[in-house]
Design a protein around this ligand. Structure first.
Ligand code: ATP
Length: 599
């Protein structure tokens, strides 16, 4: 991989003006198969931005300049899905899946279609062995609220998720941050072994120990977005010595380099040129206790690199490299290569969804909540009598409550669906693991079984305690009506969650909407002004309430919300339209969601 004169800027919009900020200024370098390239620099120097650019994650941005080529070919979609692995700084994994399940699903989704299911599963087991994860393969990953594997093991699982496709290029963002030095060393050793197998590894690293530092083949040292050094890691000290910068104490080379890149020259001898700059003409403002300021040191380092090394490196990069034609072909193919067919993707994601949320399925808390509400309702409306108009009015209140309860509950569970999975979705879509439509269908259908079990329990308790109309037909019609209401309400929750992708905002909007639909539901107010009558038609509570009345009383209570209940077909159609309409809206919102990669 070669990168030449890579630049990146961001446009920052202020209150009064728009400013451009240069993040990277002309970074040039290359890394070959078999090598580990480390990107080092102080915090904010642009390491992550450079890594994202090299890994094709900021590829569609207009703010980038220069060129990045892989085997002499520009970036392509097939390269992204099958030849590049990208390990982000945060481990974005499902907390309730075990290590083996996580890697198996990654293998099933990402490995090429030419492999059988057994071969893909075997690859996951091989990776577990390669990464030394056998002991914790049946432990769940864990997260903030559930205890799972250790930080180092989690990082290895994240790396495993990427090396499973046997990528030619592996990018890692701070793979050792937060780990103790022995675990960090183990991870870097593993990266070295991956490189030795003929792969190219590029990693950002914050402050490696000296043992770690010596494991890198090449080094890019950045300071405020400019290149201070590119070359062999083993030659970096000799280079800085050649420009007159030497450590005065025995210290870790990484520490020395970071100090220099920060412009901190305590315990560092500086060249006479720099000393002269302080004494001749630079004036008070540029000096601190007779020492050059960080800005002067930084300028000197950038200039030294530009004049002594940069031109030579650029020349080297311009020299043509003989290329294997087969590799060239693979890399330049513009087609996106999916590891599984749409239907396979749907099945894998459906099973993964069920496994990830299996703990939710038998949540006694939810079951208790529903059954106790049902029991309270049953007691309050115990064997209610509908022979008098007053009794009828009373029971209609119960039916309205059922329509509101099953309109309210699913909205508030569904709004969490997409915002909670945003990070995983972004990461997996950036790696082109599956089609969005397959994910959407799997995610929205894998919750249905639970969502339909709870209302059955609820109705079994309420229906007979409250003495609603006896008979199989009214009971099952009531159940179907409640199901329709739940699926429609879920659609609304999914659409709100997907369009806002922020739980606070989504909860606020959902409460206002659900309250409006409830008020317009035909129980509290019969006639509403014509210009807001559309609210009533969008309210699933209204249609559900009308259908429940129809099932229970047929023609004894024909007018609700100012309209007659005829065949009930109109209400069924309205609910079905909502089931699909809100889901289509949710899908469009997800499609429009900007993923990190611009995928
Ligand atoms: N979209 C953006 N808008 C504004 N500034 C940005 C944007 N992206 C990056 N930057 C700025 O660019 C600089 C480099 O960011 P980057 O994350 O690449 O640094 P880094 O070297 O990886 O830092 P760290 O080691 O702290 O993670 C920072 O000053 C950051 O604030």
């Amino acid at each position: 991989m070669q990168f030449s004169d890579v630049t990146y800027k961001v446009v920052m919009k202020g209150m009064t003006s728009t400013q451009e900020k240069d993040i990277l200024n002309g970074i040039t370098g290359c890394v070959n198969p078999g090598e580990v390239l480390a990107l080092m620099g102080p915090s904010g120097s642009g390491k992550t931005t450079l890594l994202n650019l090299l890994g094709g994650r900021l590829n569609q941005s207009n703010n980038r300049g220069g060129s990045v080529t892989y085997n002499d070919q520009p970036y392509s979609k097939s390269l992204k899905s099958s030849r590049i692995g990208f390990v982000t700084q945060d481990d974005v994994l499902f907390p309730h899946l075990t290590v083996r399940e996580t890697l198996t699903y990654a293998a099933l989704l990402r490995l090429p279609r030419s492999l059988t299911r057994e071969e893909k599963t075997k690859r996951a087991i091989d990776v577990i062995q390669e990464l030394g994860l056998e002991r914790c393969q049946d432990t769940i990953i864990g997260g903030s609220f559930v205890r799972g594997v250790s930080g180092g093991e989690r990082k290895r699982v994240s790396i495993g998720n990427e090396i499973i496709i046997n990528p030619s290029l592996l990018f890692l963002d701070e793979p050792t941050s937060g780990l103790d030095s022995t675990t960090a060393l183990r991870i870097v050793q593993m990266l070295q072994e991956i490189a030795e197998a003929g792969k190219t590894v590029v990693t950002t690293i914050h402050q490696p120990s000296s043992r770690l530092f010596h494991k890198f083949d090449k080094l890019v040292l950045l300071g405020k977005g400019s290149l201070l050094y590119f070359g062999k890691a083993s030659e970096v000290m000799a280079y800085f010595s050649s420009i007159g910068c030497n450590p005065l104490l025995a210290m870790n080379p990484a520490e020395f380099l970071l100090d220099l890149a920060n412009g901190n020259i305590n315990d560092v001898s500086v060249p006479s040129e720099l000393e002269d700059k302080v004494h001749v003409g630079s004036g008070e403002a540029d000096t601190r206790n007779g020492k050059p300021t960080p800005a002067i040191v930084y300028e000197y380092l950038v200039e030294a690199y530009e004049t002594r090394v940069a031109k030579r490196e650029k020349k080297k990069l311009l020299a043509p490299i003989p290329l294997d034609e087969e590799v060239k072909l693979k890399v330049s193919s513009p087609k996106r290569l999916w590891g599984a067919t749409w239907w396979e993707q749907y099945n894998i994601l459906f099973c993964r969804g069920i496994k990830e949320r299996r703990h939710d399925y038998f949540s006694w808390l939810r079951i208790t909540q529903v059954v106790s509400t049902a029991a309270i309702l049953g007691l309050l409306w115990w064997q209610s009598d509908t022979s008098s108009p007053k009794g009828l009015q009373d029971q209609a209140g119960l039916l309205f409550f059922i329509a509101v309860f099953w309109g309210f509950f699913p909205v508030f569970t569904a709004i969490f669906t997409f915002p909670q999975e945003r990070a995983v979705l972004s990461k997996e879509r950036s790696a082109d693991m599956y089609r969005l439509s397959a994910y959407f269908m799997a995610r929205t259908t894998s919750d249905l079984p639970l969502d339909l079990i709870l209302p059955v329990l609820f109705l079994l308790v309420v229906y007979f305690m409250a003495g609603l109309k006896m008979g199989a037909a009214p009971f099952f019609l009531t159940m179907i009506t409640v199901f329709l209401c739940i699926v429609a309400a879920q659609g609304l929750g999914l659409a709100i969650g997907a369009s806002l992708m922020d739980l606070k905002k989504a909860t606020t909007l959902a409460s206002v909407t659900v309250m409006t639909f409830m008020l317009a539901g035909g129980f509290f107010v019969n006639r509403i002004p014509v210009f807001i009558s559309w609210i009533r038609y969008m309210s699933f509570n209204y249609h559900t309430y009308k259908l429940l009345l129809k099932v229970q009383y047929e023609h004894r209570m024909p007018v609700v919300g100012g309209t007659r209940i005829d065949s009930g077909l109109e209400e069924v159609c309205a609910l079905v339209a909502m089931v699909f309409g809100y889901r289509i809206l949710a899908y469009i919102s997800l499609r429009m969601m900007k993923l990190q990669s611009g995928a």
